[in-house]
Design a protein around this ligand. Structure first.
Ligand SMILES: CC(C)(COP(=O)(O)OP(=O)(O)OC[C@H]1O[C@@H](n2cnc3c(N)ncnc32)[C@H](O)[C@@H]1OP(=O)(O)O)[C@@H](O)C(=O)NCCC(=O)NCCS
Length: 177
């Protein structure tokens, strides 16, 4: 498998600046973008474009994970991902920036598996506090709550829908032992 020698991080699918500067992971950017374009509702402008993803992957402290159709976090070179996360860590904190499962693969437990991987990977790197921000009433909140995330703040009217509606952003935190 090509990923294993390329990434020396704790998990072969998680990258940081030092490794990525050696070999640019265009194939994984493709996989992320394939999910991105179908996963986020166009309404709220949450999806990132290819340039934003590529740039983020070059920043120190950026980590990502991909999940395959069978729930494996190790993806063959020729296999598409059905879900991904992108996170950024600073000191002992990590923020989950993007998290998505492709629509055709939802409600089969892949979101649980991917979130578990994110949490355990962050824990293994010594992270103590995990954060994320979500639209109020996003069903993803049920998933986050199941893994112990708790609401700790509100940004009123942070998201604006295409129809002009404003929706609060809810900041959630998970404290790790
Ligand atoms: C949120 C998301 C990642 C969940 O992925 P998933 O693979 O469907 O998650 P799972 O199958 O592991 O489901 C986990 C649990 O979350 C809850 N859940 C997930 N989607 C739900 C929905 N649409 N309605 C109600 N509950 C939902 C359920 O409790 C579910 O468990 P269940 O199926 O046993 O009832 C996916 O819907 C998604 O990509 N959404 C668009 C992007 C997004 O909003 N990301 C989060 C940004 S903060």
């Amino acid at each position: 498998m090509r990923h294993q020698p390329r990434f020396m991080a704790v998990h072969p699918m998680h990258a940081c600046l030092a490794e990525l500067s050696v070999m640019h992971p265009l194939d994984d950017v493709d996989r992320i973008m394939d999910v991105m374009t179908s996963a986020f509702p166009a309404e709220y402008g949450e999806a990132w474009n290819r340039r934003q993803v590529s740039d983020a992957l070059l920043l120190a402290g950026t980590h990502y994970g991909l999940i395959a159709r069978d729930g494996s976090m190790l993806i063959r070179e020729d296999e598409p991902a059905v879900g991904f996360y992108l996170a950024r860590g600073i000191l002992d904190e990590e923020e989950l920036l993007l998290f998505a499962i492709a629509p055709e693969a939802r409600r089969q437990g892949l979101g649980h598996a991917l979130l578990r991987d994110f949490i355990e990977n962050a824990r293994s790197r010594g992270k103590k506090r995990l954060f994320l921000e979500m639209r109020r009433n996003n069903p993803a909140g049920i998933l986050y709550a199941a893994h112990g995330f708790q609401p700790v703040g509100i940004r009123p009217r942070y998201y604006r829908g295409l129809n002009g509606d404003r929706i609060d952003a809810i900041t959630q935190e998970l404290a790790l032992d």
